[in-house]
Design a protein around this ligand. Structure first.
Ligand SMILES: [Zn+2]
Length: 149
């Protein structure tokens, strides 16, 4: 049996909520996903890449739409060597300075040191208004990463 995860990751890779905000956000998520197997906030020791798992499809430049899939593996390897402490890159297609966190991933992906994770949410979507409620509780804009393993 495969598992599905919904990771909610701050748009700022280094941001972490305090315990009270994290608990409030988990409480709201429990209301939105009553069938979920588990909901919790996990703090990571360093920056972690949350991707779509088996859903991962493609990587494109957010500026010109260039296909970055071949280049991206090397760029990720270099960033991983420094524990993702520096995500700054220059796009090989059009020479723009940006971040690995701001590329166009076919399925959303994000770098973060913390995630609110819903295990087997029993749903496959999260409405913008629902996401907004969790963002207000936790205190940061969030990216929703649907991961299928
Ligand atoms: Zn480009």
């Amino acid at each position: 049996m495969s598992d599905n995860y919904l990771h909610l990751v701050s748009s700022d890779p280094l941001w972490q909520p305090d315990e009270t905000a994290a608990e409030a956000a988990v409480g709201i998520a429990r209301g939105l996903f009553p069938q979920a197997e588990h909901i919790g906030v996990a703090y990571k020791e360093g920056v972690t890449f949350f991707d779509a798992g088996a859903n991962t499809e493609s990587v494109h430049c957010a500026f010109c739409g260039g296909d970055l899939e071949d280049w991206w593996g090397d760029a990720m390897g270099q960033a991983a060597a420094s524990d993702f402490s520096n995500l700054t890159i220059v796009t090989p297609c059009c020479g723009k300075s940006t971040s690995l966190n701001d590329l166009s991933y076919g399925w959303p992906a994000a770098f973060g040191t913390c995630a609110l994770t819903v295990v087997n949410p029993g749903a496959t979507s999260l409405g913008a208004d629902q996401l907004r409620r969790i963002e207000l509780a936790i205190g940061s804009p969030l990216k929703a990463i649907w991961q299928h393993l």
